[in-house]
Design a protein around this ligand. Sequence first.
Ligand SMILES: [Zn+2]
Length: 395
Amino acid sequence: MMESRMTRNCHVRFGERYEETHQSQDWKVRFVPTPLSPLLSNIALHGLENRIKQIKGASLIRYADDFVIFHENLEVLKQCHKIICEWLTQLDLELKPGKTQIVHTLNELDDKKPGFDFLGFNIRQYKIGKYQSGKNPYGKVLGFKTIIKPSDESVRRHYRKLSEIIKRLNATPQVKLIKELNPIIRGWCNYFKSVCSKEIFSGLYHLTHIRLRRWADRRHPNKNKHWVSYKYWTRIGNDNWVFGCKYKDNSFELIKHPKIAIKRHIKVRGTKSPYDGDSLYWAKRQGKHLELKDSTAKMLKRQEGKCNWCQLTFQEDDVIEDDHIIARKAGGDNSLNNRQLLHKHCHDEKTREDLKAIKAYKQDKEWQKLTQWFNNQNWEWVDDIPTLITGQRYS
Ligand SMILES: [Zn+2]
């Protein structure tokens, strides 16, 4: 496995920015090396994949100017390295030696730890017993498992960022701190929620909690810990430690890292493209599609592309209808929580059920109305029958 990053300060003509400085009446031009922009590197490195694919068994994964090459044979990798260097020389580019390395994903290689970091993820394989082990496509037990986690560096950077904000806002109201921290926590967790991050999320929550505790204690040196806890932490449901507050009738709470659910990424089916017109596939996947109503796409995603009545997956030619789970005429509202997607024929069956419910609901309502009216009148029990008292009582 070879991992590399294009050198950033290399002699790239188009990556340079001219900066003019006015000094003692002559104009001086200074070259300021700038990072290779993602677009430019995409253009420049287009074709690199095809070149590497010519080598049997090698695969290249590239994101802008960052790339990895996989091969099981070390010699082949060294050859790849050479090829890439030559290929880049034509473009007047070079690999940055400090950021290029050859490592093994399972074993140590030249005292280098197994695995590598790519786009903030740490990717490596772990030796593991036969029951937990990964398998190859033919079902053969491999004896190891690939585990992808947030890399140490990205965890450290994230925590440092949170910590700096907490430190900077040591005298501002709690609500402001929460508003500042939440988007950062949400964004970071969403990026890493598709890999094995559970333990790291818990660890980060714990660290953040300690940091906030110190933040709170510092503000009230003369108060005891219980007082401080009651001031800044509230109880929501079973959770006694929600860092939150009320502000202008709204309640705010800090997102906890572990509360963001880990959800495995499902690979896009090989030949699928968002422009292929298969709105069903994309809406189910992403919960949105240009050709579908927003609500329809959201419901499709929620129902995992299945009809809620017959539990069969919707097909492309099916007629799909929007249904109110509790009919509107039976007191249901129009919110998304009360709606579902059904086949047309399933919807018909559902409507038949609905009619019964509507009837019962109407009867119930009529009865309620009657009771209410009756209760407003004067009445009394006469021979065990409630009787209206109309006008004067006769004796
Ligand atoms: Zn159905």
